[in-house]
Design a protein around this ligand. Structure first.
Ligand SMILES: [Zn+2]
Length: 281
């Protein structure tokens, strides 16, 4: 993807540098207290507590690692800016207004409107505060753990999380919340997979328009996105991450399904074709 020197989004809450190791670790402790209170008041569960406790000791970054992290931050800010331009256009073409989400960049642990986030949580979208949460070390995981290398793999992740924001704006997230209260966990999980596949479809639609409007994506990028979709399908993930807490990486559909929907979005660029709920694929 051609991204160097291009517009970076301002809708970013960069919490990576807040005092380095100690304060970040302190954030984790505050998170534990916050959730402990929630737990004692009957609103949380034991698994909530397990999720927030930081995994292992935090390491100081070397200068090289920091430079790499900053470059990744720039990259995701450019991708976010591109999602703003594309979804602005798609919404305004339909006579609607696109409300931009904020991207929170963090390192190790932070708080979200949906509870504590840690690097082990994986990237996610929180419908309660309309923010995207990403620890940039996920790019290493994509490459090293899932074999999904290339900058566009991370662009796909950002576009997928923005896809959840689109669902929120279109009222799909609300419907899902109601279903969650009505259905058994097994039944709800089927809908949850459809929702994830739709976020993949929207990521594909974004890539379609980004290429059309800016001519910055090539076939190699699409191959990287498809490779990432393939690598982080549930069937692959469950083999590779037994026992890990990655809420936004589970119940996403198989590798084949994820690739199918991303590609359909990319090929058609037509959001009306993204009703994954009504499809057997
Ligand atoms: Zn998702």
């Amino acid at each position: 993807m051609q991204w160097i020197g291009r517009r970076e989004s301002d809708n970013v809450d960069d919490r990576r540098g807040i005092g380095g190791g100690h304060i970040a670790a302190g954030g984790g402790v505050i998170g534990v207290i916050f959730l402990l209170a929630k737990f004692l008041l009957g609103g949380g569960s034991v698994s909530d507590l397990q999720q927030i406790i930081p995994q292992g000791q935090q390491q100081e970054m070397t200068t090289e690692q920091k430079a790499q992290d900053d470059e990744r931050a720039k990259f995701v800010k450019v991708v976010l800016a591109d999602t703003e331009d594309v979804w602005d256009k798609i919404f305004s073409d339909q006579g609607k207004t696109y409300t931009k989400p904020t991207l929170v960049l963090f390192r190790d642990a932070t708080q979200s409107g949906c509870g504590g986030a840690s690097s082990a949580t994986g990237p996610f979208y929180c419908p309660a505060d309309h923010e995207l949460y990403i620890d940039l070390s996920f790019a290493d995981e994509l490459k090293n753990r899932f074999g999904a290398a290339g900058d566009f793999a991370m662009a796909y992740v950002v576009a997928h999380e923005v896809g959840h924001h689109i669902q929120y704006l279109l009222g799909i997230a609300d419907k899902m919340e109601r279903l969650q209260q009505q259905l058994s966990e097994t039944e709800y999980n089927k809908y949850s997979v459809k929702m994830e596949l739709q976020a993949d479809f929207y990521a594909g639609v974004w890539a379609h328009y980004d290429q059309k409007m800016k001519n910055v994506i090539d076939e190699k990028d699409i191959a990287e996105a498809l490779n990432a979709a393939n690598a982080i399908g549930d069937d692959r993930l469950q083999q590779e991450t037994q026992g890990r807490v990655t809420p936004d990486a589970f119940t996403h559909g198989t590798s084949a399904q994820r690739m199918y929907w991303f590609k359909k979005g990319y090929d058609t660029g037509d959001i009306s074709q993204g009703n994954t709920f009504a499809s057997d694929r």
